[in-house]
Design a protein around this ligand. Structure first.
Ligand code: NAP
Length: 497
């Protein structure tokens, strides 16, 4: 019988108030039920927020280095359980073990980074314009953070948000994606085991419309951090705007890898195979477009087809699998729909293009790695996010045209150029409108200690990762200490002594 999982509210594992549940299944074998989880509602969110609000008054007074110490322990516990977590993650969302291990490692890196940040969280001391007066600005916790996450990085993305939120002194109400409730549960178990006090982290499972919306609308939630689709992100921004909640949005992408005529083609091939088909194309930074200089177009395409033919599609738990299933039936239908949209618009399927069924593929949501050629920049498959193993190939004749095509989308997350020409490289860095540009590596590969995020409809200007994320989870308090013993008026008594 499938295991029953619960919410975590005020330090206790509990069912949804309604008693309702939903099932979590394996995308490589849909018949396999991995567990049942609470299908929560606004009532459960209310309880979680109440606990988080009360805990905030205690947690904000815990010295930040001690908050960091708990996160160091979290990192240690995750390290000890890395392989087990990776296996359970592959079972619940499909990507291959190599990648789920990387996902856990990103969480570990984020834990240790946040732990050390507990001893920094630097402020500023600044000279006053008046004598015998001291000025400083320091970081303060904000309150209760609502955290809403997607399924494609079910450990890394929650840790990017939850760990900085906690080390800054905020408490958390966490709603993970309905496709990956088990990985989220493991993370919260580990936080509890590491000694996080009751009410500081609260986990509420359930659907986006019910639980997610209740978090966004809750008057006692001070900030919302969301990663997911641009359409849901826009709804959240609109709703949260009504109460002026602080909101961080990390949304969709339509990332391109450019290969110039002078590139190392073997290197560029390794890059595009990993960037386009890793995580079955279900990464916000996935390489969804390949922009080839006309001089190497034919040669590179034949190399690409040969490379894609070697990719083994199957259960991510099996040794030798390169590409796992799509996360669910709906996501596979989206991929099929986009292949049709592309061919209806005049693109040609050079390789793949169909769902995989029969044999080991019969029970899961598998799709062939797919290459579309004769794609022009105006086509939907050249501009819209697909979130699957589909690569649209475009031909260009100059670096300027390559960058123009790369920019021809409403998104602006990641980008890549393969070239040996330093002039091309710096032009790309300057002119590609994206939050991230890689030179001679694929569009994927974020490191936990670097800022992560995008421009245009990929986000609203905040960054996760690195030092920048701590800006979002803290509020600046400006402090003036006047020890002159008299009234000193800024901008008026400015003569000095
Ligand atoms: P999604 O449908 O937008 O869902 C993301 C999260 O929001 C899930 O927890 C979902 O809950 C919840 N949600 C859904 N509707 C909601 C609503 N009305 N109010 C509040 N929460 C709601 O996205 P997804 O399909 O899970 O993820 C894929 C998308 O995420 C892609 O567009 C991808 O590019 C983007 N992404 C971006 C980044 C980045 O850092 N820029 C990273 C990874 C993924 P349920 O699961 O219960 O529906």
């Amino acid at each position: 019988m499938a295991k029953t999982f619960q919410n975590f509210i005020n330090g206790t594992w509990v069912n949804a108030k309604s008693g309702k549940t939903f099932e979590n299944r394996n995308p490589a074998n849909w018949a396999e039920v991995l567990g049942t989880f609470p299908s929560s509602s606004k009532d459960d969110v209310d309880e979680a927020v109440k606990a988080a609000r009360a805990a905030f008054e205690r947690w904000r007074l815990v010295p930040a280095p001690h908050r960091g110490d708990i996160l160091r322990k979290v990192g240690d516990l995750m390290t000890a359980r890395k392989d087990e977590i990776a296996r359970r993650m592959t079972r619940e969302m499909g990507k291959v073990l190599l990648e789920t291990r990387g996902d856990v490692q990103e969480g570990i890196d984020t834990a240790y980074y946040a732990a050390t940040e507990g001893r920094r969280l630097f402020g500023h001391t600044v000279p006053s314009e008046l004598p015998n007066k001291f000025n400083m600005a320091m970081r303060m916790p904000i309150g209760v953070a609502g955290i809403i996450t997607p399924w494609n990085f079910p450990m890394a993305i929650p840790t990017w948000k939850i760990f900085p939120a906690l080390v800054c002194g905020n408490t958390v109400v966490f709603k993970p994606a309905s496709d990956t409730p088990e990985t989220a549960t493991i993370l919260v178990e580990i936080l509890a085991e590491a000694g996080i006090p009751e009410g500081v982290i609260n986990l509420v499972h359930g659907g986006g419309g019910a639980v997610g919306m209740a978090i966004v609308e809750h008057p006692d939630i001070d900030l919302v951090s969301f990663t997911g689709s641009t359409s849901v992100g826009k709804k959240i921004a609109e709703l949260a705007g009504k109460s002026l909640k602080r909101v961080s949005l990390e949304l969709g992408g339509k990332n391109a890898q450019i290969v110039m005529e002078d590139a190392n083609l073997d290197l560029a091939l390794d890059g595009v195979l990993w960037g386009a088909f890793g995580t079955t194309g279900q990464r916000c930074t996935a390489t969804s477009r390949l922009i080839l200089h006309e001089n190497i177009y034919d040669k590179f395409l034949s190399m690409l087809v040969a490379g894609v033919k070697k990719l083994r599609v199957g259960d991510g738990l099996k040794e030798g699998t390169h590409v796992g299933p799509l996360v669910n039936e709906g996501q596979r239908e989206v991929v099929e729909e986009y292949v049709k949209i592309g061919t209806d618009e005049g693109a040609t399927v050079l390789h793949g293009g169909k769902r995989l069924s029969g044999g080991e593929h019969e029970k899961g949501w598998f799709h062939e790695p797919t290459i579309l050629v004769n794609v022009t920049p105006d086509m939907r498959v050249a501009r819209e996010e697909i979130f699957g193993p589909v690569l649209s190939v475009l031909k260009v004749s100059s670096v300027e045209q390559a960058i123009e095509v790369s920019n021809n989308t409403k998104y602006g997350l990641s980008s890549s150029m393969y070239t040996q020409n330093i002039g091309y490289a710096y032009t790309a860095i300057r002119d590609i409108k994206a939050g991230i540009t890689y030179i001679n590596s694929p569009t994927i590969g974020a490191e936990a200690h670097m800022p992560f995020g995008g421009v245009k409809e990929t986000g609203n200007g905040h960054r996760e990762g690195g030092w920048t994320v701590f800006e979002f989870y803290s509020e600046w308090k400006t402090v003036y200490i006047d020890y002159s013993g008299k009234l000193q008026r800024a901008q008026i008594d400015t003569e000095g002594t």
